[in-house]
Write a protein that binds this ligand. Structure first.
Ligand code: VG1
Ligand code: CO
Length: 543
């Protein structure tokens, strides 16, 4: 082997968050930066000698270059095999599946998810472990510790093989197997939902618009929806992955997926709208004039999941992240299955899924998934929705309204204050945390605080504790406000304020969420001093 050992220095600021390391692309392109981090990962996971590693990403700018470096470093570190998506492409859920089905040691997933890409955009890299899920905290801690002491990385000087066609090549002793990124994923979906039933739905004239946002899901969505399920050509729009996602944020929210939201609110709306994000793990589903809030989507999917053939045996449990609305809790109670409330980020679901405690998991940030992989899965959620629509013969909007009739409605919204001054964001959270003991009994905007805490989670499978996961404030009318800082932003700080209130009264189920939540929104601002501390008149993004 022709491995070269390159002397290097520790690089500050490499703390991997809930979804690996995300930085400006320019930072990843600084000499030695990517190499340092990759070596820190390799060392942090205990080395890769003799191991098989999956590699793939969302195709954003620098994806192919970074994969070349990773392959040369895997070779230099003695890995046996790299399993790489053709063209360097793998959606996050497809990567998770490939790690599991190939029984690989783990995988490098290259993506900054919903963050914009391109030379001036963001890049990201994370390591998923053998269960197919994001590395748990002890491993990300070990990786971080290594970034501070690293003094050399190993790389071979041979060029990485081209990834343009399927087949196996050799790179200085490393077998590089280039695989079809879509095939295994399609086979898995076919086991979970009834392709015949969904095909019949499309054949009956059902119209879907799936916006792939010029990100990685395009080829998957076209292969499944158009080629296999017979949806008309053109059902999948923005289907070609582009290095800069066509200049947009590949985030399926009302701001960045505005054309889809506009279409679904227009007289020309198809029966269902859907979109996913940069790396294909998020999803949003929209009915005619009714975008389904991700928290409601989780609840509806959970309540109907038994209709999909892969889940005919019922649910073992439901897991949601803490800031996700409590709509799913009502479903768990009705089904008589446990409900787990975890910190933000998919890695916390992994243990529950591995232990067979939960079948479906979800986050308010447009993420839903099940025990089929260890990541959230955007296209999976869309396919399950289609299967439920086909099975029940109801429209998306009618399924949601029927759900509210049965369970009541959890009005929900998230307000994001993006790229605020880091010090101001930190100060707001410090002040709020300090105020926790004084909050109960305090009045704000006509509501009274009944309880407040900083969410701490004890993992029921291994007893590990995660503290300081977000400040929760409960009000006397049952409403809740949650405050936390984003771990995935790359500019300044992003404050997320999660607001919800429960409305059992059917007659009030038609309100606009911003209207229904107005008192909670005002109370949250008063308690945290958002406008004053951030200098912002309002949020940048409302979901
Ligand atoms: C955000 C979401 C969180 C999600 C994470 C990764 O994190 O709020 O729910 O798990 O992104 O999603 P944060 O720390 O910025 O709030 V993805 O699709 O970007 O991998
Ligand atoms: Co994502």
């Amino acid at each position: 082997m022709t491995a070269t050992v390159v002397a290097t220095r520790p690089i500050e600021g490499q703390k991997p968050g809930t979804s690996g390391l995300r930085k400006k692309t320019a930072v990843f392109r600084e000499p030695g930066y990517l190499e340092n981090y990759v070596q820190a990962v390799i060392d942090g996971v205990g080395g890769v000698a003799g191991r098989e590693i999956v590699v793939g990403g969302d195709g954003r700018f620098f994806n192919d270059t970074a994969i070349g470096v990773i392959l040369r470093m895997l070779a230099a570190n003695g890995a046996a095999k790299a399993i790489v998506g053709q063209g360097g492409m793998l959606s996050t859920p497809a990567a998770s599946n490939l790690i599991r089905t190939r029984r690989a040691f783990g995988g490098f997933v290259l993506s900054a998810s919903h963050n914009p890409g391109g030379e001036d955009g963001d890049f990201g890299l994370k390591f998923n472990v053998a269960n197919g899920g994001p590395a748990p905290e002890p491993i990300t801690d070990a990786i971080f510790a290594r970034t501070r002491t690293i003094d050399a990385y190993r790389i071979v000087q041979d060029a990485a093989p081209p990834l343009s066609s399927v087949g196996t090549a050799s790179l200085a002793g490393l077998a590089v197997e280039v695989v079809d990124p879509v095939a295994d994923y399609v086979a898995m979906m076919e086991r979970l939902v009834d392709f015949g039933r969904i095909r019949a739905l499309f054949a009956s004239g059902f119209r879907l618009r799936f916006d792939a946002m010029n990100a990685v899901t395009g080829p998957y969505a076209k292969a499944i929806l158009e080629d296999r399920l017979g949806a008309p050509r053109g059902t999948v729009v923005n289907a070609v992955p582009l290095p800069d996602f066509g200049g947009g944020h590949p985030d399926p929210n009302p701001v960045y997926a505005a054309p889809l939201y506009a279409l679904m609110g227009s007289g020309d709306a198809p029966d269902m709208g859907a979109a996913s994000d940069g790396d294909g793990d998020r999803n949003i589903v929209l009915g005619r004039s009714l975008p389904v809030s991700p928290s409601d989507s989780l609840a509806v999917l959970a309540a109907n999941l038994h209709l999909a053939k892969g889940y005919a045996g019922g649910l073992k449990g439901i897991a949601r992240s803490m800031p996700t609305s409590r709509a799913a809790d009502r479903v768990a109670a009705k089904l008589g299955v446990p409900l787990y409330e975890t910190p933000t980020g998919w890695k916390f679901f992994g243990n529950l899924l591995d232990a067979g405690r939960a079948t479906i998991c979800g986050e308010e940030s447009a993420g839903t998934g099940s025990d089929h992989v260890r990541e959230k899965d955007g296209l999976w959620a869309v396919l399950v929705w289609l299967d439920i629509v086909a099975a029940r013969g109801l429209s998306v909007a009618d399924i949601v309204r029927d759900h509210w009739r049965g369970f009541g409605r959890d009005y929900y919204t998230r307000h994001d204050y993006e790229a605020i001054d880091t010090a101001a964001g930190d100060a707001l959270m410090v002040a709020l945390r300090e105020a926790i003991p004084t909050l109960p009994g305090r009045g704000a905007a006509g509501l009274t605080v009944t309880q407040a805490d900083d969410f701490a989670y004890t993992d029921p499978t291994d007893g590990s504790v995660s503290n300081r996961q977000g400040v929760r404030v409960m009000f006397d009318n049952g409403a809740r406000a949650v405050f936390r800082l984003s771990g995935t932003g790359t500019e300044g700080a992003t404050l997320r304020v999660y607001l919800e209130t429960f409305e059992p009264d059917l007659a009030r189920h038609h309100l606009d969420p911003q209207h229904a939540l107005a008192p909670v929104i005002a109370a949250a601002d008063q308690l945290a001093g958002i406008a004053e501390r951030t200098g912002r008149a309002g949020p940048d993004v409302i979901t």
